[in-house]
Design a protein around this ligand. Structure first.
Ligand SMILES: *Cc1c(COP(=O)(O)O)cnc(C)c1O
Length: 457
């Protein structure tokens, strides 16, 4: 084994944990485009957004100026139960690959929800409670966000109504059960309990749902029930802000040992973990203080960055949510069955979309089977059973490390290991049995959806 000066796990002390979130928008020259009212196409005002989201979260959503925002003590106390998350030096993976590269991963799977989503769930539940609300509604695809939110709501004694995409409701009964442990009610979507659900069921009988449908249902219930607001687990500016805790901890841990990363890699679904992981490093790059390569990895079956359009689009199928300017495949796009459930959203965070358009982030895709090969390679040497989503980042980290092997460069690579894969064993089973396919949408297919994008500059 190489030098062992750097420990396997770099932990921070409690008093070294971030006390403020970092808002990368403050350092962006080109700000992300504002959310638009779906009816008038004018920028959403705080008042309009307040009908759907909690007040304090609306303020965070619209704040393009303040570099730092205090993390309230109650949230910091909750964070202390499962944070700081470890930054692990992947010595065993390096050795297995025979690479001179130094690989680190920030592991966010060390909590019951099994992913980074709890970082924002607890913040959103806190602000809902502070506003005196009764509860919140949301959607969940693969189930990680719903689980995280139900944990956060039970902590603050809030009601939590989750619309779960029907196919995962049926495929992942144990995820649903975890949510019920924490007191959430879980409804398969599209359901017959909302107007939009009834409409979707009538138009597409037997549909197994999509994230876009579930969002529309959750928003409808929030708007119709006094004392309820809607919360979302990714894409929004506020979610990236909360997830900056990942990057701030990573940076503090690396700084302790004087380590400067060369490449930072994350999987990208709606962009929240990647946005959070890279935030403080991107800040340095934007301010001209340092340079890094940032790589977003998306599934080849849902390639928003690499093959999508940068345009205003609906966030949901029912077209009730504000319009967001983002890299998108079109709100009707339903990716082929893909086991990285958390990466199947048609759009991408407006913040990351702007940074990508400005050439500050790179993006690449990975095919399903090669992602599972990387996952297994990683699990066998590093021990952790990774989520399929996270394994997209593993795949590209391994590729970059192998490039270093060819060139002899000792680059430092950091990637986000967003979660664990215990609820994804059906996917691992398909992989082992050779039943996993690598469907990639054709240009014609994508053009069909892109043609339906609303026409707004
Ligand atoms: C939800 C999820 C993702 C993708 O969401 P982002 O908002 O893009 O971070 C990635 N990994 C895991 C484990 C998830 O649960």
């Amino acid at each position: 084994m190489a030098e062992n000066k750097i420990p396997y796990k770099i932990y921070l002390e409690e008093n070294e944990m971030p006390k403020k979130w970092y808002n990368v928008r403050a350092d962006m020259k080109n700000k992300p485009a504002p959310l638009l009212n779906p009816g008038t196409h004018q920028p959403m005002t705080a008042e309009e957004l307040g009908g759907v989201f909690c007040e304090e979260l609306v303020a965070q959503e619209l704040d393009n100026d303040n570099q730092y925002i205090d993390i309230p003590q109650e949230i910091r106390d909750f964070y202390k139960m499962y944070r700081p998350s470890p930054l692990v030096r992947a010595y065993c993976l390096e050795e297995k690959l025979g690479t001179p590269a130094k690989i680190y991963y920030k592991f966010e799977g060390n909590n019951t929800s099994g992913s980074h989503k709890l970082n924002s769930a607890i913040a959103q539940a806190y602000y809902a409670k502070k506003q005196g609300l009764k509860g919140v509604t949301t959607e969940t695809g693969a189930g990680q966000w719903g689980t995280a939110l139900s944990m956060a709501c039970s902590y603050f004694n809030l009601d939590c109504k989750v619309f779960m995409v029907k196919c995962s409701y049926e495929q992942k009964p144990f995820r649903r059960e975890v949510m019920r442990v924490y007191g959430a009610s879980v409804t398969p979507s599209p359901s017959m309990t909302t107007d939009i659900g009834k409409k979707i069921n009538a138009e597409h009988p037997g549909t197994t749902g999509s994230l876009g449908c579930a969002i529309s249902e959750a928003v409808e219930v929030a708007v119709k029930n006094p004392g309820y607001r809607y919360v979302l687990g990714s894409v929004l500016n506020q979610v990236l802000l909360h997830q900056s805790v990942i990057g701030l901890e990573t940076k503090a841990a690396l700084d302790k040992y004087g380590i400067k990363p060369d490449i930072i890699i994350g999987c990208a679904g709606g962009g929240s973990n990647l946005g959070g992981l890279i935030a403080p490093f991107m800040g340095e790059k934007l301010r001209g203080e340092a340079d890094y390569r940032f790589i977003a990895v998306e599934p080849a079956s849902c390639p928003s960055f690499t093959r999508g359009k940068f345009a205003y689009d609906f966030a949901d199928t029912g077209m009730v949510c504000p319009l967001a300017k983002m890299y998108t495949l079109g709100s009707d796009f339903i990716p082929s069955a893909n086991h990285a459930g958390g990466l199947r959203y048609h759009g991408m965070s407006p913040v990351l979309s702007q940074l990508y358009d400005d050439g500050l982030i790179e993006a690449t895709t990975a095919k399903q089977t090669e992602v599972f090969e990387a996952a297994e390679q990683f699990a066998r040497v590093e021990g952790i059973l990774p989520a399929p989503e996270s394994s997209h980042a593993i795949k590209v980290a391994i590729d970059e490390a192998l490039k270093c092997k060819e060139t002899g460069e000792e680059k430092t690579i950091v990637f986000g290991l967003t979660g664990t894969g215990y609820f994804d064993m059906v996917a691992y089973e398909k992989f082992h049995d050779g039943k996993m396919d690598d469907y990639i949408p054709t240009d014609e297919e994508l053009a069909q959806y892109a043609a339906k994008l609303p026409n707004i500059d």
